[in-house]
Design a protein around this ligand. Sequence first.
Ligand SMILES: [Zn+2]
Ligand SMILES: [Zn+2]
Length: 197
Amino acid sequence: MHALDEYLREAEIAHSHLCAGQVLGVRMAMLGLDKLGIEDPRGKDRKRLVTFVEIDRCATDAIAVVTGCRLGKRALKFRDWGKVAATFVDVSSGRAFRIAARESSKALAKSMHPEIENKNQQQMRAYREMSDADLFTVQEVRVELPPEEFPGYQGERTVCAECGEGINFRREVVREGRTLCRACAGEKYYTTIGSRQ
Ligand SMILES: [Zn+2]
Ligand SMILES: [Zn+2]
């Protein structure tokens, strides 16, 4: 593992700026790896780790940088819960730790550095200095990870009986005997305008 400053430099490049969220994300990921005893997540240990993130903000980018877990590698799983929290799963041992940022860390940052007026700067500084215990709650957890959730899963691809689009990773839904994609089964996040070209 690298040192905090090295990761922060990499996170800054990946995220295009350095911010309090980056510091939080880097430290959260470093703590998660430390808890699992994973030393080289982007090298020899790269197949051991799956990370669940619970927010799509700055910290998430930093977590991806440190862990090497990416959405496109299926090693980064997004649960849209609006919480600055992540769960680090060692798929080789089944051990997992969920780490969440303490709500009190903002107030603590303020009391540590009242002389810094800019909130982001204040938190960036304080989040570097705070202890893990002041910054995070840590809980050992168990994550049921079915085979189709693993990064290297090779499954059958099926086709939606309604729209004809292909579906991977067992995301199909069977309704009254018909195999449907989630959109056609009623989970659309979009409304269609005009006919399909
Ligand atoms: Zn940011
Ligand atoms: Zn469909």
